[in-house]
Design a protein around this ligand. Structure first.
Ligand code: FAD
Length: 378
């Protein structure tokens, strides 16, 4: 049986990028994906390239949490730089646009929260410019006239998840990685230099293993007796019919959960962390009350949305941790077993997460030091 240098479990954005990065460095890599590449969160997310601290969590968890979390933004910041080169590297247009992200306040208390949040973001070199009503409406005339002010983080934007994972899987294969879809891993055992991975297509052997199983990563870690605090949370997103170019920014609201952007084909993608409904059989369906709540917030911020037909909504599991901090690095006490898990905004952070885990697996110092960022470095 062929033995690989590295086995990667999970073919989402992080697993696929890692397969590519390691293969192009000469490692022999096998990637095992239960379903299809990008069939989980990486292909079903809203495509926002988030950088700023998310407003609902800032209000909910407070400044102490935000200060602890802020160093993590370094990964996302560098990752967004990587996003801007990714299309050229894979030779495909991934619809990456960095038009800035605007958080809109409708009252003075919300604006004060945005200002306090911006101060913490500035401690890690992320600039959010505070805008009064005149400046905001000048920059974003499509916003409702009752917007009081807001903040703009220039480095945020969007990419097209429907294109990304396919493009990267092709690039990883061209670099020599062996990618298997329809190959769920159901057992993992062994140690560095001799891991055994049992799948629905038989067993594979590898010197090192990387867990990139997203929302299911805790199940993979448990196979080696490791407990991680990470779960799957059901989310939904909706998309409208294409409309004329209107919204060049990623738009958030301080009045309720929202992410809103216009894709290159004119469709508006509307989400922001609204929960989907889980049926008794485990399948996810759109939660109609949350759909209505999401649309009401969207139309309150961008009135044109009320005039626009919504044509589809979809659901998927996101990988989440309660403190929002990533789990990246070699498992303590299990040499050769690595985890590359960036919660909640793992699409934005995917490229740098993959770069860092590739550095570690190749025995190099990581591009970004993980102290104060990954829980595994605490
Ligand atoms: C609806 C929604 C909207 C989102 N919007 C955004 C956004 O706008 N911006 C943003 O930055 N982030 C967003 N996210 C989060 C982001 O999509 C994820 O954090 C990111 O895609 C995670 O990537 P990943 O590669 O780590 O995991 P995933 O994409 O979840 O991939 C993990 C893979 O592992 C596979 N797997 C699991 N168990 C096994 C097993 N036993 N054997 C083999 N394979 C296995 C799965 O099938 C899956 O393909 C959103 C998520 C959702 C669900």
């Amino acid at each position: 049986m062929k033995r690989y240098d590295v086995a990667i479990i999970g073919g989402g954005l992080v697993g696929l990028l890692t397969a590519w990065y390691l293969s192009r460095e000469g490692a022999s890599v096998i990637l095992l994906e239960a379903n299809d590449f990008g069939s989980a969160a990486s292909g079903a997310n809203a495509g926002s390239l988030h950088l700023q601290i998310q407003y609902p969590e800032f209000v909910r968890y407070g400044e102490g949490w935000a200060r602890t979390y802020a160093p993590t933004l370094r990964i996302i910041k560098e990752s967004i730089d990587m996003w801007q080169k990714l299309g050229d590297e894979v030779g495909e247009d991934l619809d990456v646009k960095i038009g800035g992200g605007i958080i809109v306040a409708r009252d003075a208390a919300q604006l004060r929260f945005i200002e306090a949040k911006a101060k913490i973001e500035a401690t890690v070199g992320i600039e959010t410019q505070i805008l009064d009503q005149v400046a905001l409406l000048k920059k974003a005339p499509y916003l409702s006239k009752d917007a009081l002010g807001g903040g703009i983080c220039a480095s945020e934007g969007k990419a097209n998840p429907l294109r990304v994972t396919f493009a990267i899987s092709r690039t990883a294969i061209a670099a020599g990685a062996a990618l298997y879809r329809g190959t769920p891993v159901f057992d993992l055992s062994g140690k560095i230099g001799d891991f055994s991975i049992k799948t629905a297509r038989g067993s594979f052997r590898a010197d090192k293993v990387i867990n990139t199983a997203g929302a299911k990563a805790a199940d993979i870690a448990a196979m080696l007796g490791m407990k991680i605090e990470l779960g799957g949370f059901p989310l939904q997103v909706s998309v409208t019919e294409p409309i004329a170019p209107l919204i060049p920014h990623l738009v958030y609201s301080a009045a309720g959960k929202l992410s809103l952007k216009q894709a290159s084909n004119g469709a508006c993608i509307i989400g922001g962390g609204w929960a989907a409904h889980q049926r008794d059989n485990g399948h996810l369906v759109t939660n109609p009350l949350n759909f209505a709540g999401n649309m009401a917030i969207a139309a309150g911020v961008v009135p044109q949305i009320a005039n626009t037909r919504t044509i589809r909504s979809w659901t998927a599991w996101v990988n989440g941790t309660s403190d929002w901090r990533p789990i990246i690095g070699e498992a303590p006490g299990i040499p050769g077993f690595y985890l590359a898990l960036f919660p909640w905004v793992g699409f934005s952070a995917g490229p740098m997460t993959a770069r860092i885990i590739s550095d570690l697996v190749l025995g190099r110092p990581p591009t970004i030091k993980l102290d104060g960022i990954s829980v595994l470095a605490d």
